[in-house]
Design a protein around this ligand. Structure first.
Ligand SMILES: *Cc1c(COP(=O)(O)O)cnc(C)c1O
Length: 348
């Protein structure tokens, strides 16, 4: 028995891609960010489903992910690498036909020296100060880069999930200044930027989290369901405690179910402390009680007439962002932490 059963809805992911694609109104392309194994959901299954939905431009974090993705997708789709051309990447970039988004003068020099004529793009820093060529570096390199035919010029917004943040407009202005007249398609928006409006779309939007059902794309169709098997049940008398640190005490005669999943499966230990985390039996909420262990968690099932074989951690009543809120984190982290011990099912 696995520690839980994770169902990944490929049809929902494809539907989210189509809905985000429709935001562009046909005037820009829609890529798909599948870094970190498609946000933990399995790039080898997710990316082909997105390709079938119409995606032609894929984005990964590093060349190694790109090489694995090329095997899953076969020849044809473009695969861009956010980390660019790092030291030691030349063979992978060449063999898997990857497009590094060059981030620094060193990377530009390395790529043109080791793989002259190979495809590339550029990533520009417009204010996030994380990755990308700084305006000063770019001034010196722009003509050289432009002359070699970049396939894409991108930048990334730091606060796109806050539509009113002044950094959005400032980064937009800087991006326009840095890329005006450049002989390459341009892309500024991830999920948050795509929702800001057409001015942010340029030639391509590149959503990640929105495909997988997460905020800031509030209209997304949820893409994951997680059910956890009950290992054991017991009655607990008033005053008895449950779990590590004797942290929870029964104040009524209680029925407690122990589930086969814990923080080693990516369930944040903090949900045990929050006091308001639940699992679901159908529509009925069962509070998570006591501390989350490495491989186990405990649930108050006193109010259930009958305890099912499995209880739902992620379902229509509690999505990735609701669970994230309880743990003081974000849906992205919930998804990318989903454990390798879960039995994975893909629904098409
Ligand atoms: C992760 C990432 C994306 C996708 O972001 P989401 O918020 O998941 O849509 C797009 N562009 C870059 C540079 C990224 O690092």
């Amino acid at each position: 028995m696995a520690t839980g059963s994770l169902t990944i809805d490929l049809a929902a992911i494809a539907a989210n891609w189509r809905a985000l694609d429709a935001l562009g109104g046909g005037s820009c392309r829609t890529g798909a960010v599948v870094k970190a194994d498609a946000y933990g959901l399995g790039a080898s299954r997710v990316a082909p489903a997105l390709a079938q939905a119409g995606a032609r431009d894929f984005f990964v974090a590093v060349a190694e992910e790109g090489a694995a993705l090329r095997k899953a997708l076969g020849p044809g789709p473009d695969i861009y690498v956010f980390a660019g051309h790092m030291n030691g990447d030349a063979a992978a970039i060449r063999d898997a036909d990857l497009i590094p988004l060059l981030n620094s003068p060193e990377q530009v020099e390395r790529h043109f020296r080791l793989l002259p004529r190979a495809a590339f793009g550029v990533q520009l820093d417009t204010g996030m100060n994380r990755l990308g060529l700084e305006p000063d570096d770019w001034r010196g390199l722009r003509d050289l880069v432009d002359g070699n035919g970049p396939r894409l010029a991108i930048s990334h917004l730091a606060s796109a999930d806050e539509p009113d943040h002044s950094a959005n407009a400032a980064q937009l202005r800087t991006f326009v200044e840095m890329t005006e007249g450049l002989n390459a398609p341009r892309s500024l928006a991830a999920t948050g930027g795509a929702l800001l409006g057409r001015a942010w779309h340029f030639d391509m939007i590149r959503p990640g989290i929105g495909l997988y059902g997460g905020l800031p794309y509030a209209d997304a169709v949820p893409a994951v369901r997680l059910s956890l098997p009950v290992v054991q049940q017991r009655d607990v008398a008033v005053g008895e405690s449950v779990g590590y640190g004797n942290a929870w005490h029964a104040d009524r005669p209680s029925r407690v179910a122990t589930l086969a999943s814990g923080y080693a499966d990516g369930l944040p230990r903090a949900i045990g402390q929050s006091g308001s985390a639940k699992v679901y039996a159908g529509a009925t909420a069962c509070p998570i009680i006591g501390r989350v262990s490495m491989d186990l968690l405990t649930v108050d099932v006193t109010d259930l007439d009958e305890v099912p074989d499995t209880l739902e951690m992620l379902c229509e009543h509690q999505g990735i962002d609701a669970l994230a809120d309880l743990a003081g984190t974000i849906g992205y982290e919930i998804l990318t932490s989903l454990g390798h011990r879960y039995e994975r099912h893909y629904a098409a």
